[in-house]
Design a protein around this ligand. Structure first.
Ligand SMILES: *Cc1c(COP(=O)(O)O)cnc(C)c1O
Length: 354
């Protein structure tokens, strides 16, 4: 607390990111990073970028990245916004598109950054409970609102909502923006980007942090009607003209262009997930169906906090959420390499035997 702080600083409840341990002998299954490194073409592009040209500012609008995204999805660059990680894009989205007289709606169990942005930008919001099976029921969102946002697949549950259900929501909700946060969509979902031309209120955000292994680079994008994209540009250009540096632009373009590597690594993660789920089921875990690069799992008799602590004693870190109480029995486990998953399973066998 300081007398020098602006009033709003006293009132903020900042987001707590998952631990980034300083020790490097840990098996890190806590923040949904990709277990495989980025494409070798990304590394090449970054090396080429380490040059005299760094004295020059980057392209303020990241046009090359917009083109690469447009090319990947068969859309127009004017339908793409690029940002310094999708967290930054989401911040702009909240400020530019989701602050209205009616409350913003999002699930009670979801990405915990959403209420933080509401605090930062003083946006009214209302949470909508997931069903008993931790699913989003779009009928629950058919009520007055100033916007709707949720991840698909949802985090931290991993549960996927079908495109038909998303379309049903878009048909019923034409007067406010619907944001689908597709941070994990490449691990089992289908992007809602294909619906964009029919629904000008739809905005889709994606990140290169998860399926394209670039969490350390900070790059993401949003896709939607040019009017929505314009609003994001107005905020960006009132905040930071150069959010993506030269490395981020070069690396992200190379990652979007290397489809083969992207396909190979995401299929490996999906296959490892299916194997891990089977093994956990055999150990008496209930695992929610996951379309993501993580799973949400609860043991029949052992508590989530206890298992998290005991795994940590064995140098394996997973994520546990105390609140709300409904999810405190669960562990959120990032899918690692098969070897990491094996080590996790062996550690759990030991813990459960004790
Ligand atoms: C990881 C994640 C993001 C943010 O990704 P960055 O691009 O790394 O900022 C956004 N939404 C959800 C649901 C995520 O899990």
């Amino acid at each position: 607390m300081s007398k020098f702080w602006s009033k709003i600083v006293h009132e903020l409840t900042p987001y707590t990111p998952g631990e980034q341990p300083k020790l490097n002998n840990l098996i890190k299954l806590n923040t949904n990073e990709n277990p495989y490194g980025p494409s070798p073409k990304v590394i090449e592009a970054l090396q080429a970028e380490a040059a005299d040209s760094l004295r020059l500012y980057p392209d303020p609008n990241s046009d090359r990245l917009k083109e690469a995204v447009a090319n990947f999805y068969g859309i127009k660059p004017t339908q793409v916004f690029a940002g310094n990680g999708s967290d930054e894009i989401l911040a702009h989205v909240f400020q530019a598109l989701l602050k209205h007289d009616q409350p913003l709606l999002f699930p009670d169990i979801s990405y915990s950054f959403y209420p933080v942005y509401c605090g930062l930008y003083q946006i009214q919001y209302k949470t909508v409970a997931l069903t008993d099976t931790f699913e989003i029921d779009v009928n629950d969102y058919m009520q007055p609102n100033g916007g709707i946002i949720f991840p698909n697949p949802n985090a931290p549950t991993g549960r996927l909502l079908s495109l038909q259900e998303i379309e049903r929501l878009l048909i019923a909700n034409k007067e406010s923006v619907v944001v689908i946060d597709e941070a994990y969509v490449d691990f089992g979902g289908q992007s809602a980007i294909g619906l964009m031309d029919r629904y000008p209120q739809l905005l889709v955000t994606q990140t290169l942090s998860k399926a394209r292994s670039l969490a350390g680079l900070r790059a993401g994008f949003a896709v939607g009607h040019p009017d929505l994209i314009d609003a994001l540009h107005r905020i960006k250009d009132s905040f930071n003209s150069y959010p993506l540096d030269r490395f981020a632009i070069a690396g992200a373009v190379a990652a979007m262009n290397d489809r083969e590597y992207f396909e190979m690594t995401r299929q490996k993660v999906i296959a490892s997930r299916e194997r891990l789920v089977e093994k956990l089921n055999a150990l008496d875990f209930e695992v929610l169906p996951s379309g993501a690069n993580f799973i949400f799992a609860k043991h029949a008799t052992h508590d989530g906090a206890e298992l998290t602590a005991k795994l940590r004693e064995r140098s394996i870190i997973v994520r546990h959420f105390k609140n709300p109480a409904r999810i405190s029995p669960f562990l959120r486990i990032t899918i690692g390499t098969d070897q990491e998953c094996e080590l996790l399973v062996s550690a759990l066998i030991e813990i459960l035997k004790a």
